[in-house]
Write a protein that binds this ligand. Sequence first.
Ligand code: SF4
Ligand code: MG
Length: 328
Amino acid sequence: SDPVLELRGVSKTYRVKQGLFGTPVPLRAVDDVSFSLGRGEVLGLVGESGCGKSTLAKILLGLDMPTKGKVLVDGEEIGGQDRLALARRIQPIFQDPYSSLNPRKTIHDIVSLPLRVHGIGDATSRDKAVRETLDLVGLPVRVVNTYPSQMSGGQRQRVAIARALIMRPEIVICDEPTSALDVSVQSQILNLLNDLRNEFGLTYLFISHDLAVVEHLATRVAVMYLGRIVEEASVADLFDAPRHPYTRALLNSVLTPDPSQGVPDTQLGAAFPNPIAPPSGCHFHPRCPFAQDHCSAQAPRAVPRSGGHVECHLQDPDSPMYRPDFTV
Ligand code: SF4
Ligand code: MG
């Protein structure tokens, strides 16, 4: 079937000043990213902080424009749509329901806000939509007049999900939606997201540092490193047979429950590089246990792998480093 969401060669370059009087230098936060998702698919986007995941999410939400390339929703370019059309199609669920819900507003006000902002319906129809949507996410209608501070973390994340769903979007951008929750509550929220996907045919971009969560929910996985998707495959292909050394390192890492700490570098050797001055050739070469001189001289191209692509000289039949029997 036709893709619901398609990215074609999307790049985003910012100009950042180094120091107060420094000349602005380019920072390529997203570098030539392409993928496409069918209805009901869940793409898990994984990588360390600073890899470009959040910039990609902002572009998809229309909060930022790509420098190059196109984002298409149902074949229509999103730069050409008004914000209402985009908000109806793509809605976010953010990491921290404590900070993303206004503490001075009632749950009714919070969940109905997208409808009011876009002038959809009247007070009666909005009230009905709020009650129906709270029911969908497993919250009792009586919470409408309460405040976020009166709710548990899991309930607040359900409110955030209701606020996204009230627009009846096709695509939901989930940015670490369970990272701030107790482990016992995480699986309830993941199950809810999965049920909602089945019920409404939702397509998710699921940003997470937690590979266990990604394996549980995603149908495809994209591994991002310094703005590039270095490996993409179906969840089974990627977890069973990772081809990129960085993917392997992520799978080996003991991941911390706190995403603000990022993925620990213990097994990745050298620290995460400065995105303003990415390493030459393959950006991963300073941390890669398989790197050779060729890796810093030339960037690997994307080559097909089972169910996706990978960017590593060891996997490229046209590279002098090609090793057909190589597995990481
Ligand atoms: Fe490692 Fe070289 Fe492959 Fe990059 S291209 S991942 S440095 S082996
Ligand atoms: Mg982030």
